[in-house]
Design a protein around this ligand. Structure first.
Ligand SMILES: Nc1ncnc2c1ncn2[C@@H]1O[C@H](COP(=O)(O)OP(=O)(O)OP(=O)(O)O)[C@@H](O)[C@H]1O
Length: 351
């Protein structure tokens, strides 16, 4: 178990992590989600004793990292791929690490096999691709057979097969009762891998919830109606206890009844409709709306004309509010029809 209490880190005037409190439980995969610069890596480095907190505490199995008797056997981390001696072979790198903890060579061979590195184990690490470097980093994290795994952006640079492999490995390790804490900036990836998610933005926790609850909350949807008699329709709907807002003079957003019921009510009241659209936002949209104010580096929006729909926006056909409305802007909506299927792992790995 990982426990952080009031954990904070400042670099000069920059607050990277702002007094966060959370628990990462064993037996499940916890996703640590946030945009670039949100504070994920800094938090993970503090867990691993690589950065000193400005305030607060963080423990692994009840102790600060520095107090762990056999750290490699208690917590394994992939923090920065390629943070290895580039002249060494993968095998020698792992064997050197193992020697510091009296881990037998057989375990080195086991993790090489587990991470699919057999064919390149004798090659210099300096020539490794990003994906091979990620696999080597995961092999090193697994070396001590630790109860707790911390993986910073583990699917970065992996090909589709590698992405699925990491996903299954994380789930498998959690099913063995281990604590698995895995960061990503992609909601679609976390939704597929994690049971629980902690969302961070500008160093603060924005949500700490199960993926199941997140998806259930996301399934709330509404109906968009355009009518020259919007006022009359709104009155009829309110009589039926529907929640109605009017974002434009002739447009209503209706929560409660489905599109068919709204249409039938309008017909019964002889009300003309110009549009009747069921709206369901995606999980990714809900996440983007949640972190909208917390994005440090923002790129220009591409216009719809360019046909450029971010792949991860189309990932899960669910979405809505995630947490405390005071910290959350309303989730952007989109028509439920024509929602694209789940993001392919190639798209995930390319991002
Ligand atoms: N050593 C450092 N010195 C100064 N600022 C730093 C340092 N490390 C991180 N930061 C800043 O702290 C903030 C949090 O960075 P961090 O790397 O933890 O974010 P992140 O969520 O891991 O982002 P990414 O997904 O881009 O890796 C950023 O604004 C970053 O620029």
């Amino acid at each position: 178990m990982i426990e952080a209490h009031g954990l904070a880190k400042r670099y000069g005037s920059k607050t990277a992590v702002d007094h966060v409190t959370f628990t990462v439980q064993p037996g499940r995969v916890t996703g640590f989600l946030g945009p670039n610069g949100a504070g994920k890596s800094t938090t993970m480095r503090m867990i691993m004793g690589l950065d000193k907190p400005t305030a607060g505490t963080v423990t692994v199995n009840g102790r600060p990292y520095a107090k762990l008797a056999r750290p490699l056997a208690e917590v394994g981390a992939l923090l920065e791929a390629k943070a290895v001696h580039s002249g060494r072979s993968a095998f020698n790198h792992l064997r050197a690490l193992a020697a510091t903890h009296a881990i037998p060579t057989q375990r080195v061979l086991d993790v090489i096999e587990l991470t699919g590195l057999e064919s390149v184990a004798k090659k210099r690490v300096g020539g490794f691709s990003l994906g091979m470097g990620q696999r080597l980093g995961i092999a090193a994290a697994l070396l001590g057979d630790p109860q707790t795994l911390i993986l910073d952006e583990p699917v970065n640079g992996l090909d589709p097969e590698g992405v699925i492999w990491v996903r299954n490995l994380a789930k498998h390790l959690a099913s063995e009762g281990r604590t698995v804490f895995l960061s990503s900036h992609l909601m679609s990836e976390v939704a597929l891998t994690a049971d629980h998610v902690i969302v961070i933005g500008r160093g603060r926790i924005l949500a700490d919830t199960s993926v199941e609850d997140l998806i259930a909350a996301s399934e709330r949807k509404h109906v968009r109606v355009r009518s020259p008699q919007a006022g009359d329709l709104a009155a009829l709907l309110k009589e039926k206890d529907a929640q109605v807002t009017a974002p434009e003079a002739d447009v209503l957003e209706v929560t409660g009844p489905d599109a068919a019921s709204v249409g039938e009510l309008a017909a019964a009241g002889r009300i003309v409709l110009h549009e009747l659209t069921p709206i369901q936002s995606t999980l990714e949209e809900a996440y983007m709306s949640l972190t909208a104010d917390a994005v440090e580096y923002r790129s220009e929006n591409l216009s719809d004309d360019a046909g450029a729909e971010p792949a991860d926006l189309a990932a899960a056909a669910v979405g809505a509010h995630l947490t405390d409305p005071s910290t959350t802007a309303p989730a952007a909506g989109r028509p439920a029809t024509g929602t694209a299927p789940a993001t392919s792992s190639q798209e995930v790995s390319d991002r």
